[in-house]
Design a binder for this molecule. Structure first.
Ligand code: SF4
Length: 243
């Protein structure tokens, strides 16, 4: 990567600082309990936030508690979350994951994860049906567990590759690479903020899948622009509203 760094300074700190100047601080305003977060994150993959939030609220309205969702049939769940991406798979796996937690713990709770090392907690979550590294990190970081795990979704992964923070590889490799760069002193809130800055700020506003606007980007002088080609600079000079 080409980011200009001071000695012993993590590349992530340079990225975070530049994005903070551009988009401002973003601290979590509310955290759900870990089971609610697991339900929300399990139905969110490759689905617009507005659609997955609406499906989550319908689930909450349909079942008086998550224990009832655990006992629901695939068809019942599918009817409620029909508009999320890969709805059939999610409707089958989500109740299964909840029942698996009940079988392991004795009741439906993930509070015990709080006492575990982050990687141990993450592995336990990833052994549940439909839970990969992203969903596990969401549960650990976004919920009131508030643990140190960076949520690497498609946006974070894409911009990390373009900047040159990670090489080509899957989301799990990107998670480990980025977590390896996160300063020890960074808290769960700091990692929440980094996710927000890389996803909502950089990934969705300036560096989307198609047509990154490098000319307007605070990282433009340091980013490796891997895979971006010349189109970025051309697009950067388009008048506002044209892209
Ligand atoms: S918009 Fe351009 S300069 Fe900014 S992160 Fe994306 S590829 Fe890099």
């Amino acid at each position: 990567m080409q980011l200009s760094l001071t000695l012993a300074r993590s590349p992530l700190e340079s990225v975070r600082d530049a994005l903070l100047c551009e988009f401002g601080a973003q601290r979590p305003v509310a955290r759900m309990d870990p089971i609610s977060q697991l339900v929300k994150s399990s139905i969110s993959g490759r689905t617009p936030d507005a659609v997955s939030w609406a499906a989550f609220l319908r689930l909450r309205a349909a079942f008086k508690c998550w224990e009832d969702l655990a006992q629901a049939s695939d068809a019942q769940v599918l009817e409620i979350i029909h508009d999320v991406t890969h709805a059939h798979d999610k409707a089958r796996r989500l109740p299964m994951a909840l029942r698996m937690i009940q079988a392991r713990i004795g009741w439906l709770s993930l509070s015990h994860l709080r006492a575990l090392p982050v990687d141990t907690a993450r592995h336990e979550l990833q052994s549940l049906p439909g839970v990969g590294v992203k969903v596990a990190a969401c549960v650990l970081n976004f919920s009131d567990l508030a643990m140190r795990a960076l949520v690497v979704d498609t946006h974070v992964h894409r911009v990390a590759r373009r900047i040159g923070l990670v090489s080509s590889g899957d989301t799990t490799q990107a998670y480990h690479a980025l977590m390896g760069m996160a300063p020890e002193a960074w808290t769960a809130d700091d990692l929440f903020e980094l996710h927000w800055l890389m996803k909502r700020g950089l990934g969705q506003m300036l560096c989307p899948h198609e047509g990154p606007r490098c000319g307007a980007c605070p990282l433009k002088h340091d980013c490796a622009k891997i895979g971006v080609g010349h189109s970025a600079d051309v697009l950067a000079w388009r008048p506002r509203g044209v892209d």
